[in-house]
Design a protein around this ligand. Sequence first.
Ligand SMILES: [Zn+2]
Length: 356
Amino acid sequence: MFSLIKLPRVFTINQVPKVFHEDGIISGYRHPSSSATDCIASLFQLTNETVNIWTHFLPTWYFLWKLLTVILIQDVWHDSFTWPLLVFLVSCCVYPLASSCAHTFSSMSTRARHICFFFDYGALSLYSLGSAITYSAYVIPDNWVNSLFHRYYIPVAVVNTVICTALACYSRLGFPLLQYNHNTIIRFPEYQFPKFAKFLRTVAFAYPYLFDNIPLFYRIFLCAGDGCTDNGVNVLHRTHTALAFLTAFLYTTHLPERLAPGSFDYIGHSHQLFHVCGIISTHFQLQAVELDMETRRAWLLAHSSTVTFADTLGAAMLCVLLSLGIIFFFSLPLLGSGKRGKTPQSRAAAKGCRGH
Ligand SMILES: [Zn+2]
């Protein structure tokens, strides 16, 4: 029976264009022009992407189950206090799903790879905004409620999502028409400065994360005395924060495969650990947010301004529209390239880039 199922071949690093290369990963690459069917088949075949896919695909269902539980148990249609949690849970479903789809279909072509990860970056922006919306509603310390910072926190977070998505997309290919177009994919800045591109992408995600966490960091690390909301939830917030920093560490250092290239190609490389730590971090973040929501509900309803549609679902919808617009802007030249994208120039340029 198994002989009837023909699994696609896997390749070594020297057999695929440089755009597909990952630091320290020598083997297990899928064909760089895989069909959609081959990509789906690769879910059940050990390649260097298989664990990346599953480590985000399975948690998507966990967060979806949490979302459905909230919708069924809480009065989400009438109680606006639940809306921030709803937005956050939707973002927690979207980002692992977008990531697992990106990892699944990124080997269809060079262009598909870029577009897949553009969507991945957009989903991470939404997650970042989802975090900010819940922090504004449930996590912000008592003595910052209704402050000037609190009033402008969500609008700034929305602007940050635009910066985050745009900068992350820019880090792959540069600006459409200026640095790449239908005929030539001159991969600036990744082509000329691969480390700079990685730096830009790290900044694109670290900056909104750090901004979103200002009220939380103040609450758990700096605040002393009355109004600091020093409750039992802080231990969960600290656990989430520690895991978030570990996640960033794994993403930036490429450990452990950098120390032993080829030894972690299939199991245990940094991107898999990055996915796992990120998801566990999100799990603790969700627990902390839910507990804050429950324990502080009465106080926040009495002292904080009412949660509005504009600050929650409206902001999230605006973020989705803006991110989709940015992704469309960066993808359009790639979508239009067709066979022209496979010119000698573009092939030469594509060889000079790496990573996601
Ligand atoms: Zn990933």
